[in-house]
Design a protein around this ligand. Sequence first.
Ligand SMILES: Cc1cc2nc3c(=O)[nH]c(=O)nc-3n(C[C@H](O)[C@H](O)[C@H](O)COP(=O)(O)OP(=O)(O)OC[C@H]3O[C@@H](n4cnc5c(N)ncnc54)[C@H](O)[C@@H]3O)c2cc1C
Length: 478
Amino acid sequence: MTVPTKVMKHERLQLPRVVILGAGFAGLEVAQQLAQKALCVTLIDRQDHHTFQPLLHQVVTAELEAQQICYPIRSALRRARNVRFVQAEVHHIQTRQRQVKTSAGGFDYDFLVIATGATSHLEILPGSPSAAAPNSVFGLKTIGDAIALRHHLAKVLARAHRPISAAPDLFAPTQFESVQSASTQAAHTTVESMADQTVVIVGGGATGVELAGAIAGWCKRSRHNAAACLPHPAKKLVLLHSRDRLLPGFRPRLQRYALKQLQAMGVDVHCLKRVQLLSSQGVQLSDGQLIPTKTVIWTTGVRGNPPAWKGEGPTTHRLPVRPTLQLLEDDHIYAVGDVAAGTSEAEPWPMLASVAVQQGRFAARNIRRQAQGQRLKPFRMRHWGAMAILGRHAAVVQLGPLTLTGVVAWLIWLAVHLMLLRGMRQRLTTLLRWSESYRYRSPRVRSSVSPSMTASMSMTTSASSRPQPCSHPIFCAK
Ligand SMILES: Cc1cc2nc3c(=O)[nH]c(=O)nc-3n(C[C@H](O)[C@H](O)[C@H](O)COP(=O)(O)OP(=O)(O)OC[C@H]3O[C@@H](n4cnc5c(N)ncnc54)[C@H](O)[C@@H]3O)c2cc1C
C-alpha cells in the first residue's frame, strides 16, 4: 500500500502507531488531538466525510442539503502531518497479531481506538424488514438514510393529493377489520390509500420527536404551496412511543410542551404503544390495533456497531470499557463514543455527540500518557443538558436547572447547532439556508434526490451538488 509522504517520515522514525477506526465525533476528535504529536496515526472510515447527525432530520425535509452537514475528513486533517486518512471498510481486528483487516489491506497498531459508533438496530424489528413492503422501513443514521427517506417522503407527499374517502380513525381496533371483512373494492381502495399516505415514526425520543416536527412542518408548507391539495396531516403522520411520556430524560414540563406542540402541528402522538409486528399491511401494535402504512421510520433501538472480532474479546454490541476507556481485556485497545459502554458508572453513557467528543479527547490524552509510560486517568463524563427542536419557532432546552421552551429555546437550538457544525463554509451556508428558509417559509429548491445517488456519494465527487431532475413540481418551487 502507498503511504502518503506526510506520514512516511513518522513511520521511518518508528514512532508508536495509533490506528483509529471511525471518523465520527469521537474518532475525528482523537485524530485531531493526536495531530503534531510524536505518534504515527492512521484514521480509517468507510466514508470520506464526517456526518453531523444531529441535523440529519433537516436533510430529510430538504431544509438543508448533504454538503451542509458533511465535512471532508481530509480537510479536517490537512494540517496534521502525522495523521493519514484511509477510506476503507473495517472487516475485523486480530488482537493477537495487533492488526486491523480492512478492504484496503492490513494495518498494524500499537494502540487501537474503536470509534465505529452505533447503527439502527433494524434486526430487532418484529417481522423482518424484508417481510414489509419494499423500501418501507427506514432508519436514520447516515446521510444515505436521510436522502433515501427524503426521496420516499417526497413521493408519499406527491401521492397525497388523492382524497381519502370516508377515512376511518386509524386507532379504532375494529375499523380495519370491518373494512377488510366488507372486502368491497371501495374499502380496499380506502385502506390502500390510507396506507399510501400514512407515515409512522416509531420512537418518541429526541430523534423521533425532531423528525416528527420537521415532517409535519414539511407537510404544512407543501400544502401551502400546493393549494391545499393534501389531506389533513393527522391522517398521515403518526408517532408511536412505548413509554408514557415523549422525550425521556427531559423534565416533565418540557415533555408536556413537546406533546402539545406536536399535536398542534397535526402529529398523531400515541404513547404507551408498542409495535408487535411489521408487515406489508402496516404496523401491528401489541394491543391488536393495525395501522395501515407503507412507510415506517424506526428511530428507536440503536445499538453499538463494533467491527467483527477475531481472537478473545467481547461479543456484545457496545464494548465494555474501564474508566480509562481501555477495553476490559486489552490494554492497547480503547473504545470511545456510541460503541463504548462504561462498566463503573451507575447510568450507562448516553449516546450523544457531546459525550463522544469528550471521550475522544480523553482517550487521546490517555494514549499519550500510556506511550510515555505515565499513569492513566479515569474518564468523568460532563453532561451540560439536552435540547430538541419541534419544527419552526419551537424547541425545548434544558440546561442545568434552567428549562426553556418556544422561540427563545428555538434560537438557542439554532445557535448551538450552528456553532457545533464543522467548517466555516458549512456554518455560513447553513446560516444562509436557514435565513432563507425561515424568512420565505419554504426553501428555494425542493429537489427529490434518488437514493441510487447515495451509493456513489462522496465529498470529492458530491452527487448532491450536481443539478438533479425534480420529480414533482411541489418540491421544485424555485
Ligand atoms: C438522527 C440523529 C440525531 C441525533 N441528534 C443528536 C443531538 O441532537 N445531540 C447529540 O448530542 N447527539 C445526537 N445524536 C447522537 C450522536 O450523533 C452520536 O452520539 C454521535 O454521532 C456518536 O459519535 P461516534 O463517533 O461514536 O459515532 P459516529 O458519529 O456514528 O461515527 C462512526 C463512524 O464510524 C464509521 N464506521 C462504522 N463502521 C465502520 C466500518 N466497519 N468500517 C469503516 N468505518 C466504519 C462510520 O462511517 C462513521 O463515520 C443523534 C444521532 C442521530 C442518528
